[in-house]
Ligand binder design. Structure first.
Ligand SMILES: [Fe+2]
Length: 135
């Protein structure tokens, strides 16, 4: 069951980045599904490892494109990515130290971050990239 359905309103008008965002949505749906049957025995890292590593790949790809095309808001955008990475790392570190980390918290955090980041931060590069011929 897909918990998160991609809609055109999420489009950032750059095909390759839309495809990555779609994949993140579908991975997030899988995490939610897994969360429903989570028995608390696996580590959050193992449950989230796929989406965490693909998120990092995606952020790096976005940053590379912004740098290649000289996106003027690169620094602020990179800062938003770095904040996310620090928060994800913090969850993983806390679990590593033996603290109880709620998988639902982590999944909800990722979902909320992704939705608002696409809507408020990623969409800002759409017209810039399109003007550079990147669609
Ligand atoms: Fe981004």
């Amino acid at each position: 069951m897909a918990f998160f359905i991609w809609k055109d309103e999420f489009s950032v008008k750059v095909g390759q980045l839309d495809e990555q965002h779609k994949r993140l949505f579908s991975m997030l749906s899988d995490v939610y599904e897994k969360m429903m049957e989570y028995k608390g025995k696996e580590s959050i890292a193992s449950v989230l490892s796929g989406i965490v590593s693909y998120t990092m790949t995606h952020l790096a790809d976005e940053e590379r494109l912004m740098q290649t095309y000289g996106y003027p808001e690169y620094a602020a955008h990179k800062l938003a990515h770095d904040n996310l990475k620090a928060q994800v790392q913090d969850y993983l570190d806390r679990e590593q130290r033996g603290e109880r980390v709620d998988l639902i918290d982590v999944a909800l955090f990722l979902k909320n971050w992704l939705f608002s980041h696409i809507a408020e931060v990623d969409k800002r590069y759409a017209s810039f990239f399109n003007a550079q011929g990147l669609n």
